[in-house]
Ligand binder design. Structure first.
Ligand code: BGC
Length: 263
């Protein structure tokens, strides 16, 4: 088994890790195809989400993924985190310990993991994965990827290039933060039916559409699997499509960032 994964791990294989509030997921990712070169594994996020405990968990995850062989010990890792990430430094922390804020996550993880590390916002990772390999592949113009999960993540990609840290989940609409009314978890917690939820999405998306005039909106996060429940109820001038990479978008996008990190 180990040998099979390693055989697939050619020069274009990087490690992608996606840090969430509940799970830390990781995979070897084949950058030529944008697919995991083996299983996506996950370990529970340590309670509290402190940076040192999260780094320990990543180390264990990588040990379980990396099958050894030539170059494996130096294989670069890309890490997606639910934070604004500016030149490797976290500037916010959603569902994570506040000790992340101000931490040079990239340098910290480089020394903790002993490998090249690139760090990116989780929605930016998922967005870049969709733009490279998924629903936005080869699309020119302004592509907006929204991930509906615990919060709302957003990625803006213009002619294939990311505008980082586009925090549209924090837009205030009607006096409330958009993600506090319209995330997938809010739908579950409030027990909203699809008609009511689609109404909230409509309000949010039409505001976003008015402000940014995207050419394409891609809806990601676990909720993209139920797209036929809400997409037909939306009325926008912009085309809205579900994400196509589903659960692997975060790890694939993180892997894309593995060697593109700030030096
Ligand atoms: C955070 C973003 C993150 C998104 C999805 C938001 O609350 O501010 O940085 O991308 O949640 O995790």
């Amino acid at each position: 088994m180990t040998a099979v994964v390693e055989a697939a791990a050619g020069p274009d294989v990087r490690i992608g890790i996606d840090v969430g509030g509940t799970w830390i997921k990781g995979a070897l990712v084949d950058l030529a195809s944008g697919t995991p070169a083996g299983a996506v594994r996950r370990l529970q996020t340590p309670p509290g989400g402190r940076a040192d405990a999260v780094a320990d968990t990543m180390d264990r995850l990588i040990a379980g993924l990396d099958a050894g062989g030539p170059g494996a010990a130096d294989r670069a890792v890309g890490v997606a985190i639910p934070s604004i990430v500016q030149r490797g430094v976290a500037r916010s922390a959603a569902n994570m310990d506040s000790s992340w804020i101000g931490l040079d996550v990239q340098s910290y993880l480089r020394s903790r993991l002993g490998r090249p590390v690139g760090v990116v916002n989780d929605a930016d990772a998922a967005g870049m994965a969709e733009a490279h390999y998924g629903a936005g592949a080869a699309k020119q113009g302004v592509v907006l990827v929204l991930t509906l999960g615990t919060g709302i993540g957003s990625a803006l990609i213009v002619d294939g290039r990311l505008v980082p840290n586009f925090e549209l989940g924090h837009l205030e609409i009607g006096g409330a933060k958009a993600e506090s009314r319209t995330s997938a978890v809010v739908r579950e917690n409030e027990g909203l039916g699809w008609v009511e939820y689609a109404g909230r999405l409509q309000r949010y998306l039409s505001h976003v559409e008015f402000l940014f005039s995207p050419d394409l909106i891609i809806i990601g996060g676990g909720i993209s699997a139920c797209a036929n429940e809400y997409l037909p109820r939306l009325s926008l001038r912009t085309r809205v499509v579900p994400a196509s990479l589903e659960n692997s978008a975060g790890v694939v996008g993180a892997a894309l960032q593995a060697t593109a990190g700030w030096k």
